[in-house]
Design a protein around this ligand. Structure first.
Ligand SMILES: Nc1ncnc2c1ncn2[C@@H]1O[C@H](COP(=O)(O)OP(=O)(O)O)[C@@H](O)[C@H]1O
Ligand SMILES: Cc1ncsc1CCOP(=O)(O)O
Ligand SMILES: [Mg+2]
Length: 281
């Protein structure tokens, strides 16, 4: 039985804990959106630290409360850094978030994402095509061999990614967040649909990447499902509010960070949300 009030209460606790404790979530992320990732993490109350090298990544994995790995742009050193730090995170039981940006494109990205399967990301956050393609790469239900990923964008709908998201969550025993106009968050047994945000979020680079970084901040304070849900909800609140105050994507990005900063625990927990049990039919 899904208890929506209990879920909302846990979301509020996560927001308040992060605001109170300023937890550090280290990131290995892409060079396109790295600044927005860090600023979004700070806006919700986290502390950001971005690295590329194996020993620095190990340090952050051990020193921080969670870690974020995003494969949007790859550097040769990632061939060493990513599997090394993912192993450390998995073996120490530290939460970590994977954004499989552009899965299916390029041999190194494919090799690294295949290697990361064994280290079971606590949260996987991607758009619908990325979630479907990752499930396919990992040989799980709902996945496809032919990626519909178009660069970093999705050509599939969130509902088309439902089976893949459930299969990924069951494999990792964590949570999966599929982002889009309506977001889907699942832990394999519960499924939440989250509403809000703005069409402008498709017109700025890094809305998805930074959402993954914010999920890592909340993963320092709560369960994978609640962390993914809270991050998704604060993005929906901030996007909706920012849209009302701007008339273009440039000013939207600036206002969006302000709205992330201003959103209260009540605003976030009360954002429009439907939760149901995953039907096993
Ligand atoms: N059309 C839309 N309307 C409202 N929110 C959206 C829309 N498209 C994306 N978002 C929001 O933007 C964020 C990033 O989602 P998305 O653009 O799907 O990820 P990515 O950037 O990885 O492709 C999420 O918070 C999502 O809810
Ligand atoms: C454009 C681009 N190219 C490689 S990573 C990246 C940013 C993708 O950001 P997001 O997935 O949040 O749109
Ligand atoms: Mg993305």
């Amino acid at each position: 039985m899904v208890n929506k009030l209990e879920i909302q209460s846990k979301m509020m606790q996560a927001v308040e804990t992060v605001r109170r404790t300023n937890p550090m979530a280290g990131s290995i992320t892409n060079t396109v959106t790295i600044n927005l990732v860090a600023n979004a993490q700070l806006a919700v109350g986290g502390s950001a630290a971005m690295v590329y090298l194996p020993d620095e990544a190990e340090f952050l994995a051990k020193a921080g409360g969670a870690m974020y790995i995003n494969v949007g742009t790859l550097l040769p050193i990632y061939e060493e850094t990513l599997p090394y730090v993912a192993k450390v995170l998995h073996e120490t039981g530290k939460p970590w978030v994977l954004d499989p940006v552009a899965v299916g494109i390029g041999s190194l990205r494919t090799k690294l994402l295949q290697q990361l399967k064994a280290y079971k990301p606590t949260i996987i956050r991607g758009n619908a095509s990325e979630i479907i393609a990752l499930a396919g790469l990992w040989g799980l239900d709902g996945g496809t061999d032919e990626s519909n990923v178009r660069g970093v964008d999705s050509t599939d709908s969130v509902s088309e990614a439902k089976a893949a998201a459930i299969a990924l969550a069951k494999w990792t025993e964590g949570a999966v967040a599929v982002s889009g106009e309506t977001d889907l968050v699942t832990d394999g047994s519960m499924m939440a649909f989250c509403y809000g945000g703005s069409h402008f979020m498709e017109k700025i680079t890094g809305a998805g990447c930074s959402l993954g970084g914010v999920a890592a901040v909340y993963a320092t304070a709560t369960s994978p499902f609640i962390a993914a849900l809270t991050a998704t909800a604060v993005y929906n609140v901030a996007g909706k509010r920012a849209e009302l105050k701007v008339d273009g994507p440039g000013s939207f990005q600036v206002q969006f960070i302000d709205e992330l900063y201003k959103a209260t625990a009540e605003d976030i927990a009360n954002n429009s949300l439907d939760v149901e049990e995953v039907s096993f039919l």
